[in-house]
Design a protein around this ligand. Structure first.
Ligand SMILES: [Zn+2]
Length: 385
């Protein structure tokens, strides 16, 4: 029998507000919690009690707020090692795994080369990886019930299916079921950019914001959106596809079938194709193109400039549509930010409408393990009903 999905830990609004604040922001006094949640001190005490009894929260030793400020307060804090969450990111050639505690601190990492790509073989590989993470500490095995998996492409999280992915080449794969059978854990499968956005919203660049976007640039270009404090799933599972906003009707044909998409101009392979064509050198690889651009070659520099303008225009379109407070830019494209960053900024500033442009773009370099951490955070969020 497959492991049943654990029940959410909290469903009541007061407990949800209390636990999410303490998870994302760290210890807070009851007075601060009451002020931040709008709840009464009595309601805070009542909401905290079952979470303290279950070991998810504890009281810190008395802390005096200021000299002469009255009686000391005992801030409430999350007990990070009450529960652990495994997270896996499946990339082109490697499976990355992490084990995180409740506050998304990475406690163990592991990785495996991706050899066979059929779902059963990948599930067996993930099970092997998870075993290594659980072996790192006896507490891990006793307190891990959930595995989050991040995959690129069109993912039906509710059904646990990968509808379409090119990395690996999958169509309609019931991945959650296969992985649950292999690992014995409850499994959630999520689109990788959405998972990373959830992690950044709760534990990274977007902490404390209600409206936030994470834009990934590199081999693919995509975004995750947080609207009114919640990750936007999209009615049909797709939202935030900034890479497929058409910014040039006369631009190149995109893999999606449309024309002049941001991705068809600004992805790593699009930049490479452009420079090969304009220089007449089909032998070039991407590192050589980067070197050419850095040495001042006009054709290579121009390809990056055009890519930067496309990305900046795409981000401005996102910002104009939903007015986020902050946009974080990440992905392997940051490695060449020196070549197109200024163009991204110029196009963004020119195209963002009025006050929407007050939204800052911040750069957020992240490693592969952080993508796996994103998958673990999706697990942490299943504690909430
Ligand atoms: Zn497209």
């Amino acid at each position: 029998m497959l492991p049943s999905h654990p029940e959410p830990l909290v469903t009541a609004p007061a407990e949800t507000a209390l636990l999410s604040l303490l998870l994302t922001e760290g210890p807070l006094s009851r007075v601060d919690l009451a002020r931040r949640t709008g709840l009464s001190a009595t309601a805070i005490t009542k909401a905290a009690r079952p979470l303290i009894e279950d070991g998810y929260l504890h009281e810190l030793p008395p802390q005096r707020t200021a000299p002469g400020a009255g009686r000391p307060v005992n801030p409430l804090a999350v007990t990070p090692d009450r529960q652990f969450f495994a997270g896996v990111k499946i990339s082109d050639d490697t499976v990355y795994g992490v084990l995180c505690d409740l506050r998304a601190t990475t406690r163990a990492t592991a990785r495996r080369p991706l050899a066979a790509r059929d779902p059963e073989a990948v599930s067996a590989l993930m099970a092997d990886l998870v075993e290594e993470l659980l072996d790192a500490d006896p507490l891990h095995r006793a307190r891990t019930r959930h595995l989050g998996i991040a995959v690129s492409g069109d993912v039906d999280r509710a059904a646990g299916r990968v509808r379409y992915s090119t990395r690996p080449d999958w169509q309609d794969v019931p991945l959650a079921e296969a992985a649950a059978r292999a690992t014995g854990l409850a499994v959630t499968v999520e689109n990788d950019v959405k998972a990373l956005t959830a992690a950044e919203h709760w534990f990274g660049e977007g902490t404390g914001t209600e409206d936030f976007a994470l834009v990934c640039i590199g081999a693919g270009i995509g975004a995750g959106l947080v609207v009114n404090g919640r990750l936007l799933p999209g009615a049909y599972g797709v939202a935030g596809e900034v890479g497929h906003i058409s910014v040039d009707p006369a631009g190149p044909r995109c893999a999606c079938g449309s024309t002049g998409c941001v991705e068809s101009i600004a992805s790593t392979s699009a930049i490479l194709d452009t420079v090969r064509r304009t220089t007449g050198r089909p032998d070039l690889d991407f590192p050589a193109v980067v070197e050419l651009a850095r040495s001042g070659d006009p054709a290579a520099r121009d390809a990056f400039a055009r890519a930067g303008r496309a990305i900046g225009t795409g981000i401005a379109a996102l910002v104009n549509l939903f007015g986020p407070e902050r946009v974080a830019v990440t992905g392997e494209g940051l490695d060449t930010y020196d070549l197109f960053g200024a163009h991204i900024q110029v196009a963004y500033t020119a195209d963002a409408f009025r006050s929407a442009g007050r939204c800052r773009l911040t750069l957020r370099p992240l490693a592969w393990d952080d993508w796996a951490r994103g998958a673990a955070v999706v697990g942490i969020q299943t504690l909430f009903g």
